[in-house]
Design a protein around this ligand. Structure first.
Ligand code: FAD
Length: 318
């Protein structure tokens, strides 16, 4: 079986991949299929499926009393991945995260994935903001992505958490990790962030997918610094087309990425989402063309709420 890491290493022509979110709890999986149906003409190399932990949500009931609830808004990562693989025969990459998941929950999920024939993963720490503070799994969790890597490596060697052994998997898990062209929000500086990225690669990560960025120069500089630090695995650029007016302020806040002034200037002038989408799509198309011309053959798209924009960009660049 060819792994996603091998597919990425061997991309010698412009290639396409994208990320999907599992449906909101209670929603149909049909929305996921609709996105794939729209984008499959560009022959995605693989599709990523995000993973989500429990969150604290405050809801005001009909008596006006505000209740605090803990629940998972988007369950179902493993099942959605399996369902996509089964329906489309496109390789899938479910995300596995540390925060909010006990090590044993992770082990059981990995056993399920192995039985389902899914062996490509993206290993991450997961979002860790204050709204999650009180919904820990209650059992021991992995702290950093590298701890999760060690757990997966042990399982690849046939070692369970309780110290017992089994036959090593015939198809061991292969995985990538996240990288941040504008550094991770908690890293004291970019060098430190790249130091930890290198640890993840040396531990076994076969490629890096980046956080979204809107300034290609920041991506090129990040790649240079990674190469200087001795990180040689493929670094796949993550592209997000802006298509909703309030993303001008929300994306920098949530993803800690800067929006260059020429783009911000044009976005400020937009009166509605339609105008925003035109500007955002044009900018992302320009980014993609430059990335392809500089030899970054594989572009990874953040498709959430932006299927049509991703379609328009792909139509233009592939
Ligand atoms: P890590 O690699 O653990 O790094 C976290 C921070 O700690 C960094 O500042 C790093 O420099 C530092 N660090 C790393 N290792 C150590 C160490 N051993 N000791 C001290 N410091 C260390 N979130 C989700 O919840 N679900 C998803 O599906 C999801 N998908 C994503 C996909 C991509 C492509 C990207 C870029 C991000 C995604 N995220 C997702 C968000 C991600 O989980 C957060 O950005 C998280 O805060 C960091 O994850 P990481 O794997 O990069 O963490």
């Amino acid at each position: 079986m060819t792994t996603v890491a091998e597919l990425i290493r061997n991309t010698d022509k412009p290639s396409f991949s994208f990320e999907l979110l599992p449906p909101l709890k209670g929603n149909s999986i049909q929305k996921v299929f609709n996105t794939i149906d729209r984008l499959k003409e560009f022959n995605p190399l693989y599709i990523n499926i995000t993973s989500h932990r429990d969150e604290i949500v405050y809801k005001t009931n009909e008596k006006g009393i505000t209740e605090r609830r803990v629940f998972r808004k988007r369950p179902g990562t493993v099942a959605v991945a399996a369902s996509i693989q089964n329906r489309y025969q496109i390789p899938v990459v479910p995300h596995m995260i540390c925060s909010g998941f006990s090590k044993s929950e992770t082990e059981y999920a990995l056993i399920d994935l192995n039985f389902l024939g899914i062996h490509d993963l993206l290993l991450l720490r997961g979002d860790n903001s204050s709204r999650h503070e009180f919904c820990k799994s209650g059992q021991e969790e992995n702290t950093y992505a590298i701890d999760l890597i060690h757990q997966v490596n042990n399982l690849n060697k046939g070692q369970f958490l309780d110290g017992t052994f089994m036959e090593p998997f015939e198809t061991p898990f292969s995985y990538g990790v996240a990288g941040y062209p504008e550094k991770h929000e908690e890293a004291p500086n970019q060098e430190s962030d790249i130091y930890w990225l290198k640890q993840k690669v040396e531990a076994g990560a076969e490629y890096v997918i980046t956080q979204m960025f809107f300034d290609n120069e920041k991506f090129f500089s990040f790649v240079n610094k990674c190469r200087q630090a001795g990180i040689t695995v493929p670094i796949v650029p993550g592209i997000k087309p802006i298509n909703i007016k309030n993303q001008l302020t929300i994306l920098p806040k949530v993803f800690h990425t800067e929006i260059p002034e020429p783009l911000a200037h044009e976005l400020r002038k937009c009166k509605n989402n339609e105008e925003t989408s035109l500007v955002g799509t044009e900018w992302a198309t320009m980014q993609c063309k430059e990335l392809l011309s500089r030899g970054f053959n594989l572009l990874h798209f953040y498709s959430m709420m932006a299927t049509q924009s991703v379609y328009d960009i792909a139509k233009e660049v592939y």
